[in-house]
Design a protein around this ligand. Sequence first.
Ligand code: ADE
Length: 464
Amino acid sequence: MGEIKFHVLTLFPEMIRQGLAPSIIGRAVEKGIISLNAVDIRDHTLERHRKVDDYSYGGGAGMLLQAQPVFDAHRAVTGGRALRTVYVTPQGTPFTQEMARELAGEKEIVFLCGHYEGVDERVLEEIVTDYVSIGDYVLTGGELAAMVMIDAVARLVPGVLGNELSWQEESFDNDLLEYPQYSRPEVWRGKKVPKVLLSGNHRQITAWRLEQSEARTSLRRPDLYERYLRRRQLAGELARDKRCHIHMMESLAEGRCEILYAGQGDVLLYDRKAGVCMGEAAREESCEILAGLVPQEAGTVVTSHPLIRDLLLKGGFQPSCEYIQVLYTRRVSLPVKREIRRLTMESLEEIRGFCQLDGLEDSIRAGALYGAFEAGRPVGAAGLHREGRFGMLFVEETSRRQGFGTALTACVVNLLLEKGRTPYGHVPAENQGAWALLEKLGFYRAGKSFWRLEKKLANRPGIW
Ligand code: ADE
């Protein structure tokens, strides 16, 4: 069984099968992570000669795909279930990375590819949930558009791109286009690779890449650049109390969140992928407004304001323990004195033996979890939550107090430092052991405690 099923209703099923087979998507199909079912609409016509089109009433527009074969092809796939059904059409909403991410959360999606001059409106009304276009131009049919969407959605499904943290640096994710890249040879047609990239100095390389991304975005996509600048400005304001605001600053810097509200010291951010809202109010009278702006689908709200907490508790959120926000502001990497490796699915069962984290399997698939190994066997794990903070630290009972927790934390911290990030985490206030470990490593703590209020949702975002 695949993790996500794509059904494509089309007059050219071979185009879909052959178009996607040789690619990364084809490999993911072979591995069973996704499944692709191209359905020939013609197989469902009741007409002799397999006819599926006819003239448009009122004249003029040319041939239309008729309602019956499309409806029956759809029925054959869904068996009457209410599946997300995307009609690819130039009259649709423009497709974006955000939409790809949202669709990647589905288990099954049907794409309908139009042909000729269109499809009988009545069947569209019956089956279509989303009208989506891939751009303001007209193709001869919907197949290429459907393939574009399938490709963009499938690569976000854990496991499709391999065990990489490939979600980390993506064009559009932080409203910046990607920086230029170079491979061998060092000189080609007299053009040299920029010196800084050969320096081995990660900090300088990261800074250079950011500069390049900014220049490129400002030139090519001024619309994105404006959004980027707004986020950077807010991050600058939050930096006045870095210890208390690092979670919001990091989220803004990485382009993980939208600004739902910002002004006069009141802030509400929403990390849609993680389903996490972060809110702080400078004025009591703002708390009600901020609490009211928390999106319905947010599974977690992080705040240090007791009034926001109380309002959310009344609104169906569960009580939370107090957390301490910790951050590592030094730029020096930490020594890793145990064997630490990124975890693969091979270790899943062994890890499960001593660790019952929510979404353990997905975290491993996403390449977000690291393991400490002793004599080839995993004895502990730590990694990155979807919202960017480190955590998920767990060491098997019998292996505690032997430096595995320290090594795991150090490894994740180093990883974040390499990416130019400021490592931070949320530690339950009563977990004295964890705090002692972090303090020894050079972490600071925020001056006030936080709550992480959670709401029970049927389809909770945020776990890998
Ligand atoms: N079918 C034809 N042109 C299209 C487009 N631009 N986007 C989606 N589907 C289409």
